[in-house]
Design a protein around this ligand. Sequence first.
Ligand SMILES: [Zn+2]
Length: 331
Amino acid sequence: MRAARWRFAKGLHDIGNGIWAYLQPDGSWGWSNAGLIVDGDRTLLVDTLFDLKLTREMLETMRRSVAAAAHIQTLVNTHANGDHCYGNELVAGAEIVASEATAEQMNELPPAAFHQLVQTAGKLGRGGELIAELFRPFDFSDVTLTMPTRVFHGELRLKVGDKDVRLIEVGPAHTKGDTLVHVPGDRVIFTGDILFSEGTPIAWAGPVQNWIAACNKILDMDIDVVVPGHGSITDKAGVAAMRGYLQYVTDEARRRFDKGMTATEAAFDIALGPYVKWGNAERIVVTVDTLFADFSGEPRPFNPVPLFEQMAKMRDNLAHGSDEMSTVKGS
Ligand SMILES: [Zn+2]
């Protein structure tokens, strides 16, 4: 029975019939999931991890459990964030497939530039300090950008042995070229960061409406198991919850946009309600910033440091707020 409760433990999880998920708790910044699809001696890897050490450890774990994983023929990158593609060089020889928009975005923040940013971020005020703190556990010093060798637009059908695998581009949403990896015969989908399971989504690219549409597309599919880009394995309920968050934040942001608030004012003004329990609630800062760009129809320059500064403030507020809440509860 597929609908079993999945344990959110580090390592490889057998979903059945040649499909595995590799999970990295606690699923917060940079701690991403990957997947393996196997039929006979044919293999497809969904995403690599944030650095070489983590990716190497994952590939060794896969090889110990799954003989066919000794040779990965195909790698799919669901999107361009480094926690889904910086380990690509360790799967050299595989065909690396991504949407065209994902491949273009990979060039925008190559690992060497990201390494430089993390190394010097401490000097960039509170936002920079948060960048340094979040990404210090990872080592980007020796990562070589390894690009897709095959790109597509829209949809691409692949074969892994006899299994059909559908790549469905749903971006721009979280990033510019988000792609779902659907295995219809096994009723499984790997969503990349279109789903953070019980974690707060972050709309770097938008429009957020595209992300809500992507959730609806998944909810319309005949699937049992959903492997998110971060967090525990789930099912359609996890996708419905994410859609609920995105719609709620869209509605609340719109009201404040119409009142003439700035994006930052709006982000701090919106009550998170039950969503405050999701990890990394501070990401609402980025999503509201993107929503305001969506509403105004004007693209804004991508400048992460001020956004991280606001997220640092929000983290401080939330830590303070949750103390207050527990005091009230306890009294
Ligand atoms: Zn990610």
